[in-house]
Design a binder for this molecule. Structure first.
Ligand SMILES: [Zn+2]
Length: 126
């Protein structure tokens, strides 16, 4: 099954946690996510070989746990990494939800909602 960009945007929480809290992932999770990203780009590239070689060259799948996450596929693997991070570091990860529509903002520091346009510049950052 091909993953489209549309599929990816249906999982904004994984994108948010992995992108903005990458440092809270374990080394193995970071490797697995990098391998998944390379595989995803490879699958959607006209010259897929190079990126797949990088997975091996960088030793991203040297750990069996990284292989297990990688084998789950892009969406499920990233979801698992996200859930692990949220369980492990609940106090470190700030989920910045819009004060008006309650949808997740693009970044932890956003003061304007991309979904409904609501702004809360006047409310101090927590
Ligand atoms: Zn909103």
């Amino acid at each position: 099954m091909d993953i489209t960009l549309e599929d990816l945007t249906r999982d904004p929480l994984s994108n948010y946690v992995i992108e903005h809290y990458h440092g809270l992932l374990t080394e193995v999770e970071q490797s697995a996510v990098s391998a998944l990203n390379l595989k995803f780009k490879s699958d959607h590239s006209s010259s897929p070989g190079l990126r797949l070689q990088l997975i091996e060259r960088r030793g991203l799948l040297a750990d069996p746990e990284a292989v297990r996450i990688f084998d789950m596929g892009y969406v499920r693997g990233r979801k698992e990494v996200r859930e692990n991070a949220l369980k492990r570091e609940p106090d470190q990860i700030f989920l910045n939800y819009c004060r008006k529509c309650q949808r997740l903002c693009r970044t932890p520091f956003a003061r304007m909602c991309v979904h409904c346009g609501y702004c809360w510049y006047d409310i101090p950052v927590e």
